[in-house]
Design a protein around this ligand. Structure first.
Ligand SMILES: Nc1nc2c(c(=O)[nH]1)N[C@H]1C(S)=C(S)[C@@H](COP(=O)(O)O)O[C@H]1N2
Ligand SMILES: [Mo]
Length: 515
């Protein structure tokens, strides 16, 4: 289909090629996002990027002016900008495809950059914007070629002997319909979880919750925040793709060695008494000094109550919990039934619904046990069984059957291998021994005598406790060590143990240089 240099597209056709290409890109991106990861729709990603980049005054203005409608208003605004850009690019592409191609390419790139710079970026989020960019470019080039051919000789037979103008019309209609269908399907596929999370957040805001007292100001010694913000909360799981289950479609089966099998829907959970519990979650794979530990204020229903309702049979010493992605944890029944233990089926985390990657809609949280034996995210099944009969995921891979948290401490200041001015040096960190709590933390430098650290206000045994102190050091390198005593008066062991099979031990040490 060669076209002469003089051939020019009508304004309508030229604009149509770019607009349809952009629509096709958005439709394809939405569809792929809906299938893979609802948060990765290029349109939403660009919207998020605009919110990130917008000066705070603009964001505040939008919030106060449009209230909760600020997001739809923003997305509509982006739509208008896209349309204007597409129309301009079309008008500039009446003879040559170059401008249109560059503009479609730049728009595609904007989606990819928005994905890559998102604070919640995971590599799968790139698939939708990359597919969108590729589809946009391909559609534009193809339609532009077909349009040029039709403009030159409208009646000459083209594809399947149809007149070229008919081919152009047909192709345009097909692209338009395809874009709408793909986009619609993508929205339908992806919308449920996103909407479901915000509905749960709203329901929690309106719910009656037995709240804990606010975290006392003195709990935090100014180094590590006492409550970990959700985006900073450590994440460990074997899920390649974050499971997407709507709260409205969720149910939990409690079965096995029980008197009464139970099935609870999300509404059933929400109509039970909701409690707030601040819990420090720890991973068994946390090395001494490691960062696989975080604290959140969880909201949920008491798991012990749910189990008592089902009535565990004598001998059912293990509760095997399973998530939607098939991962399992085995928790001692006696721990879950222990009065005051505070095990939760959690639905909320730090004032919102559980984030998708932390188990939305429902996860288990058991104070005092490492996550691998207790903290099942996306949980849908609890089977009362025995340790002899069933082995959970990590147990099958050589990790310990029981996973009680071991008393440990961490030095957050000074950081290892840093330089500090000689003289008085502030030292600080965290210590934990859920559910026993921490009664004492001591530190020592270069094998010298132990000094008592000043402890942050006690929030309870289920959370970490923060500590700080001051060291006097001469210029040179120094090794500082720290050791914690739990709430029952037992000093943490000095013996170094590896994380495998049931958690690391040893007194943490930090080497630093005073100058
Ligand atoms: N479904 C599921 N739940 C899971 C896991 C997992 O791999 N899959 N990992 C567990 C482990 S080992 C830990 S330490 C905690 C971590 O929870 P977080 O990612 O919310 O911090 O989740 C637990 N729950
Ligand atoms: Mo873990």
């Amino acid at each position: 289909m060669r076209t002469s240099l003089a051939t020019t597209l009508s304004r309508t056709v030229a604009v149509g090629t770019v607009v349809l290409a952009v629509a096709a890109a958005l439709g394809a991106g939405q569809l792929v996002a809906g299938l893979l990861a609802p948060g990765s729709s290029p349109y939403l990603l660009v919207g998020d990027a605009v919110i990130r980049l917008a000066p705070q005054v603009v964001v505040d203005f939008a919030k106060t002016t449009f209230g909760t409608a600020d997001k739809p208003v923003l997305l509509a605004g982006i739509g208008v900008v896209l349309l204007v850009v597409a129309v301009a690019a079309g008008l500039a592409s009446r003879r040559f495809a170059t401008t249109g191609q560059v503009v479609v390419g730049v728009l595609g790139l904007a989606g990819i950059v928005a994905a890559a710079t998102s604070p919640t970026f995971v590599p799968t989020d790139l698939v939708a914007p990359v597919v969108a960019a590729a589809v946009g470019l391909w559609v534009f080039r193809t339609l532009h070629r077909v349009a040029m051919a039709a403009a030159e000789e409208p009646d000459r037979p083209g594809y399947r002997g149809l007149p070229r103008r008919t081919v152009l019309l047909g192709a345009s209609a097909a692209v338009g319909a395809g874009a709408v269908l793909a986009g619609g399907a993508g929205v339908l596929l992806g919308r449920p979880t996103i909407d479901s999370r915000s509905r749960v957040t709203q329901r929690l805001a309106a719910a009656t919750i037995a709240r804990e007292a606010p975290i006392p100001a003195g709990a935090d010694v100014g180094v590590t925040p006492f409550v970990t913000p959700n985006p900073d909360f450590y994440r460990i799981d074997v899920a390649l793709r974050v499971p997407q289950r709507q709260a409205e479609d969720w149910s939990l089966r409690v079965h096995g060695m029980v008197d009464r099998e139970l099935t609870l829907t999300f509404d059933d959970l929400m109509s039970r008494p909701l409690v707030e519990r601040t819990v420090t979650l720890t991973c068994v794979s946390n090395e001494v000094g490691g960062d696989l530990i975080s604290t959140a204020r969880f909201v949920g229903v008491d798991l012990g109550d749910v189990l008592r309702e089902a009535g565990p049979l004598p001998g059912a010493d293990q509760v095997l919990s399973t998530s939607t992605d098939g991962w399992t944890a085995g928790t001692p029944t006696e721990v879950l039934l222990e009065p005051g233990r505070g095990a939760l089926l959690a639905v909320g985390m730090n004032g919102e619904a559980l984030p998708a990657e932390h188990g939305f809609p429902v996860r288990m949280v058991v104070p005092g046990l490492y996550g691998y034996v207790s903290a099942t995210k996306w949980v849908t099944d609890l089977e009362l069984t025995t340790f002899a009969a069933r082995e959970a995921y990590w147990e099958q891979r050589g990790w310990g059957e029981r996973g009680p948290v071991k008393t440990e401490a961490r030095i957050d200041l000074p950081r290892r291998f840093t330089r500090v001015p000689a003289g008085a040096v502030t030292v600080a960190g965290i210590a934990w021994s859920q559910p026993r709590g921490i009664s004492r933390v001591e530190y020592s430098v270069d094998g010298g005598p132990w000094s008592d650290a000043e402890l942050g206000t006690d929030v309870g045994g289920d959370t970490w406790r923060m500590w700080r102190g001051t060291l006097m050091v001469e210029p040179g390198s120094h090794t500082m060590r720290v050791r914690a005593t739990d709430g029952t008066g037992v000093l943490q062991t000095e013996a170094a143990a590896d994380v495998l099979p049931d958690g690391a031990t040893g007194w943490p040490a930090v080497l630093f240089t005073a100058t």
